[in-house]
Design a protein around this ligand. Structure first.
Ligand code: NCD
Ligand code: ZN
Length: 352
């Protein structure tokens, strides 16, 4: 197969940042995707509909002319989010989900939720108005091994929350484990999951070695939830390609999360992989490895809008089989960022 034509995809989990840095990364996403769910973990976080509306205007103002792109906004859930704020968010028509960051779980999550029980009024209102909860699914207790934090979250947080708020619709964001994939495939239809390209392509060895097997710390592969063992990567590929059943519950969310080069290549490096400049191509590589390129369109373009209750896109995009090398660096405000897999050759290129 030399070309691949798909309905234009959407990105159901994206970090755009703000200001000049946002203006630099936004065109990469807008060139590939019609819409994206924009994460609210700015500093300070996007906690109200008014802040979300203002952020949306800044994104639209930064969009280069000729590119069409619709930012789908989210609110950042805190212990203090009120039921009224949730109702305002729904009524705005601009906010499509409310993001749960357990306090301290990841980049810019200091204002996150300390105990989900404190959010009962907000969660009640969300199930009443049908505004989905988007979860960063990791517990943060110091005694839980970093590689086990997602699995622990299912039992400790997700199951009780789904029992207490049975009508709440949930997106389990950027799942990384077999346990999460199996849970979503086996649960009721009010839960779905996003999967990143990097969790489909790489296991945790990649954090500690190059593609050709030389050892060394690889900070650009560090994200949260962290890459897991090969068995988990295989389970995620299986879920995305329909091997677990219920393929419609799994969809594309890049979790593209740009950071300045110096903050990644550091003694205490930030979590986050920048994939927006090569997102659809990386997913095509993963689906091709699984022998399931025919499954890519549903994952990238149908399952997300169907879950969010939005129309599927009308336009189409084409990928060509053509080797190209990912750039070493890209401009990022007054600094630069290093894309994931910089310098590596990808076999597919988006041409329209
Ligand atoms: C994200 C970021 O940098 O904002 N980082 C990451 O490793 N994925 C936050 C997040 O989604 O966890
Ligand atoms: Zn994220």
């Amino acid at each position: 197969m030399q070309t691949l034509t798909l309905t234009r995809p959407d990105d159901w989990h994206l970090h755009l940042r703000d200001g000049a840095a946002m203006a630099d990364v936004l065109p990469y996403t807008a060139r590939q995707f019609a819409r994206a769910i924009v994460m609210p973990n700015l500093k300070p976080p996007v906690t109200t509909s008014a802040l979300a509306a203002a952020y949306r205007e800044r994104i639209l103002a930064a969009l280069p002319s000729g590119l069409r792109f619709e930012p789908l906004m989210t609110l950042y859930l805190t212990d203090n989010t009120s039921a009224d704020e949730i109702r305002r968010a729904k009524a705005s028509g601009l906010v499509h989900g409310v993001k749960l960051y357990p306090a301290g779980a990841t980049t810019n999550s200091d204002a996150g939720v300390t105990q989900l029980a404190r959010c009962a009024r907000a969660l009640d209102a969300m199930q009443e108005v049908d505004l989905p909860l988007l979860v960063h699914g990791e517990v943060t207790h110091a005694h839980v091994d970093v590689f086990d934090r997602e699995r622990a979250f299912i039992d400790e947080v997700l199951l009780p929350a789904r029992r207490d708020f049975p009508a709440l619709r949930v997106v389990f964001e950027h799942i990384t484990t077999q346990e999460a994939a199996e849970y979503v495939a086996g649960a009721d239809g009010r839960i779905a999951a996003t999967i990143t390209a990097h969790h489909l392509l790489y296991n945790r060895n990649r954090l500690f070695m190059t593609a050709d097997g030389r050892t060394g710390m690889r900070p650009h592969w560090y994200c949260l939830p962290v890459l897991k063992r090969e068995r988990h990567r295989q389970a995620l590929l299986g879920a995305a390609c329909g091997k677990l059943g219920r393929a419609e519950r799994f969809f594309l969310g890049t979790d593209s999360a740009p950071h300045p080069k110096g903050e990644k290549e550091s003694a205490c490096g930030c979590a986050g992989c920048f994939t927006a400049a090569s997102a659809v191509e990386l997913y095509a590589m993963a689906f091709e490895e699984a022998g399931a390129l025919d499954r890519l369109e549903a994952f990238a373009s149908f399952n997300g809008p169907d879950f969010y209750g939005l129309p599927r896109n009308g336009e189409r995009v084409t990928l060509e089989r053509r080797d190209w090398t990912l750039p070493a660096e890209l401009k990022f405000g007054d600094t630069v960022l290093v894309p994931l897999s910089a310098g590596e050759v990808l076999p597919w290129k988006l041409v329209t």
